[in-house]
Design a protein around this ligand. Structure first.
Ligand code: SF4
Length: 352
């Protein structure tokens, strides 16, 4: 639905004015939006062809979000339990998350930080930012800093520049990583000034969050190319989402599109237990079956690790399907991509 020069969509009335919801849905969506933030960029609104297509389902609120199940949590991956200072989550010894701000250009309806993002308190104050830098500077085991949030590429280039140059000045920090959705949802934001701000002699990676091939507009592809051409390696993370990408063709198309655009698929996340998101969650069995279906059919380059975050802040666990089992005689049985089982090694070795 073409928007012309309209501003980003921020409320139910605007959704209706842009033809994205019927009048009857306004009241319900107002209630959802009073609970969880709402924003849709023009770029994403322009890609919506039908009210329940894979783009609409990711960004247009649904009253289903008011259904909070017993197993859902305000902090589903346990960020708070692992936060030594505001804006830092230190879960693994050699890396930490750094969240200078909690705003995004879009609010994904399945976001695992939906209780935090888009709140009135949008980022760290100058003093809090200093405390976060001080924590990283005084913790020599931190080798990698992951800027996330909120969307780090949503910040102003001059703040990004300050953050990248300060992190780059810390001897023990070798790697800076940015987790972002901006190159697809708000591609023009990655302008020359932002590219300059990302310039560093440390290894800097950009990890793109994308869930469906239709997110790759012409502008998005150009922006990804700009990032890669400026020497930034790109990886991706996607969320397995019921009704959006939970079929082999949708995943295959997404992963091929990422690789075609020089982005290596890195993680496929199993849906977290964020409040009001049960309508998006698949079972782990469904996720593993999907991974099995694309194995062999799609180049290894196109295959991410299927993983879940352990509630409570214990980190990620890979949950890829198993292809190897041990037999009673101590040898292995290994399954090929067609599902045919083979003994490994093929015959017992002869004693010399
Ligand atoms: S862009 Fe990321 S942090 Fe922002 S709402 Fe979407 S999933 Fe959450």
């Amino acid at each position: 639905m073409k928007s012309g020069s309209l501003k980003n969509i921020k409320n139910a009335k605007q959704l209706h004015e842009r033809g994205l919801i019927s009048e009857e849905r306004i009241e319900g969506i107002e209630e959802v939006a009073s609970r969880f933030s709402l924003s849709i960029t023009n770029e994403m609104a322009d890609l919506i062809e039908e009210g329940d297509d894979p783009i609409a389902r990711q960004f247009v609120p649904s009253v289903k979000e008011l259904n909070v199940t017993e197993d859902e949590l305000a902090d589903p991956i346990g960020d708070n339990a692992r936060s030594p200072v505001k804006g830092i989550v230190h879960r693994y010894p050699d890396r930490c998350l750094f969240m200078p701000m909690t705003v995004c250009p879009v609010y994904c309806r399945f976001c695992f930080r939906r209780e935090k993002v888009g709140s009135a308190e949008s980022g760290l104050s100058r003093k809090e930012l200093e405390a976060a830098f001080a924590y990283i500077e005084s913790t020599p085991q931190i080798w990698e800093v992951i800027l996330t949030g909120g969307d780090p590429l949503f910040m102003k280039p001059n703040l990004m520049k300050r953050i990248i140059s300060r992190l780059s000045s810390i001897d023990h920090v070798d790697v800076i990583r940015l987790h972002t959705r901006v190159p697809v949802v708000d591609p023009k934001r990655v302008n020359g000034e932002m590219l300059k701000a990302l310039n560093t002699d440390k290894a800097l990676y950009v990890v793109l969050h994308a869930n469906h091939v239709r997110e790759f507009s012409k502008e998005a592809k150009k922006t990804i190319a700009k990032l890669v051409d400026s020497g930034i390696p790109m990886l991706s993370q996607s969320v397995l989402l019921k009704g959006i990408n939970d079929d082999p063709a949708a995943l295959e198309n997404l992963f091929r599109e990422l690789v075609r655009n020089r982005v290596k698929p890195y993680y496929l996340h199993h849906g977290d237990f964020a409040k009001g998101t049960s309508h998006f969650r698949t079972t782990i069995e469904e996720g593993r079956n999907l991974m099995k279906k694309i194995r062999g059919k799609v180049s290894g380059l196109c295959q991410p690790t299927y993983a879940l975050d352990i509630p409570g802040g214990y980190g990620k666990a890979p949950i890829n399907p198993d292809y190897l089992s041990e037999d009673e005689d101590g040898s292995y049985v290994v399954e090929d991509y067609r599902g045919v089982k083979h003994r490994y090694p093929q015959s017992p070795r002869q004693a010399p």
